[in-house]
Design a protein. Sequence first.
Length: 81
Amino acid sequence: MEALQKEFDFYKAHQSELVKEHDGKYLVIKDQAVIGVYGTREEAIQETVKEHALGTFLVQYVQSGESNYTQTFHSRVALNA
């Protein structure tokens, strides 16, 4: 997680405003900025890897509170299309 800690810290710092705009969606965060918003984790990864290498971005489910902190998804996941 160390490589993506800044992205996760960005999410935590902006969580309340992100929930207002994107509750229940999956955000792609890279370089401490939201670069995509998707309905599913799989879609977020599949679309983002078209332009960004795996392991360089964070996919985070948007939900209020800390309950989703343990469900942080990293872009090191490989999916079969």
